[in-house]
Design a protein around this ligand. Structure first.
Ligand code: VNL
Length: 391
């Protein structure tokens, strides 16, 4: 009796040991997204999570035999939390890839952890030029402020705008936007009459808008991080700036598709430069927007498209390693990827690990009863000017 009992226990174990490797249950492949799901930048987290889930729903939850496990952590936009969560994801959860990073300081705080752990870090939001230089393990699918700001500086200079006040949020991406807009605008014959910076936390734009008004420029060039555009537009209208003859131009963060449709008439005619509009005219984008809206009941913005493309880059890298993964091999397979995104053609520059994409000039128009950023001009395959030695 006792002998049979022992055998019963041993047999399955012996069998298990002879099962060929291919039939063994492969460990899940873990992607740890750290996002601001609460706080001032919560819309960025909500957009990216929804897009990552849509990508999985459309492309399957298994890649090269590995089940994809998405882990979402909320850092509320606080760098100390991002750093702690990244450490926990790497040490305890043993994630294969880190992703997300809603604001530049959050990405910068995590970079040393990615380097030390040799874990690829896919930045799907933060957009200061310097980020990709903070770790050789960083790959970016979002955008850079210099890409958009340079395009806007050129457009403004060539379109009868002579005097501009810049108004940017006072942290790294705002400084990038200010600096790169200015140099390109000046190159095209424009003059900067004032440079204004507003605080990142709960800004009240009223005093800054008064300064803009007093300077009487042809236009005000604005950068604010995603999520602040609607509040800005409201105050812009309340102070009558929309009727003052001062044109509003900026990077596309200000006419963010997450909020644009609720901004009202004040947004009409605002010209911005950016890499993504939900109204981008391509079959792939139409399908993306339709499926996204059906699943979420809100419109995807440029954060969503970066999250979607980030998943694409990770999936294809895992495929290229035939399911093996491994930080260095994944990273190698992320570099140089070329693909069609809902935004248009995209490349991950193999040297800089930064995104190369088209930058569109867009104007807000009402079409079919809704507000859209209507693309009317394009610069093709724009590399980050911050890495070209430009000032
Ligand atoms: C950043 C840049 C964040 C652009 C944004 O929204 C944005 C950043 C949260 O690098 O911190 O629209």
């Amino acid at each position: 009796m006792q002998k049979r009992h022992v055998l019963k226990g041993v047999l399955p174990l012996a069998l298990a040991l002879t099962v060929p490797q291919a039939f063994a249950q492969a460990a899940p492949f873990k992607i740890g997204f750290i996002l601001p799901m609460t706080g001032q930048s919560a819309s960025t987290g909500r957009q990216i999570e929804a897009a990552a889930k849509l990508y999985m729903a459309q492309n399957g939850a298994t890649v090269a035999g590995r089940k994809i496990e998405l882990i979402i952590k909320d850092d509320a936009g606080v760098a100390d939390s991002t750093r702690r969560l990244a450490q926990e994801l790497v040490v305890n959860d043993k994630v294969d890839v880190l992703a997300g990073f809603g604001l530049t300081p959050l990405a910068m705080a995590t970079a040393p952890i990615a380097t030390q752990a040799k874990v690829p870090m896919v930045v799907t939001a933060a957009a200061t030029s310097v980020i990709t230089t903070a770790s050789p393990y960083i790959v970016r699918t979002s955008f850079t402020l210099p890409q958009a700001a340079v395009a806007m500086g050129e457009w403004a200079g060539k379109n009868k705008i002579k005097k501009v006040v810049t108004l940017v949020t006072d942290y790294a991406p705002g400084i990038d936007a200010e600096k790169f807009f200015k140099s390109q605008f000046q190159l095209n014959g424009g003059e900067i009459v004032a440079e204004i910076r507003s605080p990142l936390k709960s800004p009240d734009f009223a005093p800054f808008l008064q300064k803009v008004r007093d300077a009487k420029p042809d236009a005000v060039f604005v950068f604010l991080p995603s999520g602040q555009g609607a509040a800005f537009m409201k105050q812009f209208a309340e102070r009558g700036l929309d009727k003052s003859g001062i044109k509003l131009i900026g990077t596309g963060d200000i006419t963010d598709d997450d909020q644009l449709n609720d901004m009202g008439d004040v947004a009409l005619g605002v010209v911005t430069a950016q890499h993504y509009s939900a109204s981008h005219n391509s079959p792939m984008n139409k399908k993306f927007v339709q499926s996204f809206e059906a699943a979420n009941k809100f419109r995807p913005n440029f954060m969503a498209v970066a999250g979607y493309d980030g998943m694409r880059v990770i999936y294809k890298a895992l495929e290229a390693t035939k399911g093996k993964g491994g930080g260095d091999d994944l990273l190698a397979a992320m570099k140089g990827q070329v693909f069609e995104s809902p935004r248009g053609p995209v490349m991950i520059d193999a040297q800089t690990r930064d995104v190369v994409h088209d930058i569109y000039i867009r104007k807000v128009e009402r079409v079919g009863g809704q507000l859209w950023n209507q693309e009317f001009d394009v610069q093709k395959a724009v590399k980050d000017p911050g890495k070209l030695g430009a000032k």
